[in-house]
Ligand binder design. Sequence first.
Ligand code: ATP
Ligand code: MG
Length: 422
Amino acid sequence: MSEQIKVIRGMHDILPSDMPAWQQLEDHWRELVESHGYRQIRTPVVERTALFKRSVGEATDIVEKEMYSFEDRGGENLSLRPEGTAGVVRAGIEHGMLVNQQQRLWYTGPMFRYERPQRGRYRQFHQMGAECFGMPGADIEAELIGLAARYWKRLGLSGIELQINTLGSAELRRDYRDRLTAYLRDHFEDLDEDSQRRLETNPLRILDSKNPGMQALIEAAPKLLDHLDDESAEHFEQLKSLLDAMGQPYVVNPRLVRGLDYYCHTVFEWVTDSLGAQGTVCAGGRYDGLVEQLGGKPTPAAGFAMGIERLVSMLRDQDRVKPATDCDVYLLMVGEAAQRSGRALAEQLRDVMPRLRLIVHAGGGSFKSQMKKADKSGARIALILGEDEAAAGQVSLKYLREDRPQQSLLQTELPERLAEAL
Ligand code: ATP
Ligand code: MG
């Protein structure tokens, strides 16, 4: 036997038994965003590395140490996408979808980050997200938040808290950045190694540090919220009053930041304490500077992304996965003539009942072994075709999960009888 090749660390097979949860998430999401006027976009999994350097940012964990980057055979520097926004913005610019227009878009797909694998943190994971362009106000931010809230409700998930913050206008950020850098420089010795390095490149991100040893220092740092200019304060007030009007509770978390210069005004996260350390299931905010930074015209933008694996865990923990059966009817055929007429019968059924989930037995075997497979398939009904029945144009219908007598009927009656029974 050859040596077995195993899956890559931090990457997962999503098995048929996992599908009920995944499909529940995907189906509800699609139905929800489409009911809000969002349209799907799909961008390549591989992009130029420069795209992520410029959008996600050089001084971020993602670009510094988490990207799967490589040179292709033609010498291009490429990366597997670590997140979805960069590709959506690139495509939006490239296809002229952003200038003087409003767009509501959604996406889903695999993302790749070379992180230390642990519960809720993988190297290939999946996100679903929404991005809106051309809308500068708090109204669209409230819409995005409402969308996520409604999603939790449809899924039946509880215990997810909304945290919001404002980063203010771009000028305000620059001002604040200087003040924060000065404060952190005064405490340089108390900063951990990562933060010392970030001090000059990305000081805001230091506020986001999860190092317990730095918490006191961060707590005492100057807060942007205390120095808001009129425009920023007004924007934030508007968001809060819209959330109030929608009956959406929130917590203002002044330490919630996105470290990059193109973020402004609103940032938000949905957080649960039921998943341990990896408690953020959804993160988003306004990123008005990004389109311009990627070579487009200045365009207001806001969006969010959710981690599907973390939501799958929550669905399971909260017992919200609806059990799914894969099969309604299992057709057994005993004998060679029955094999042939069974195949023909199945085709006729599929013609008139396109949604019928019918497994036609394959692989031969006795009646008994076929019955075992029928039972294992989860089907509610077994159709049994023997030589005599095949010759007479009949079929037996047996209920596998209910105490009801087996019936013999004409094959021509089947569609009607199945429609009644299922
Ligand atoms: P974290 O602080 O947990 O590292 P992040 O700020 O890197 O999160 P984002 O880039 O905002 O995460 O991604 C949005 C969402 O995608 C996260 O809130 C999380 O639910 C999910 N996510 C991010 N990284 C991973 C990962 N490695 N494995 C699984 N899910 C992830
Ligand atoms: Mg991360």
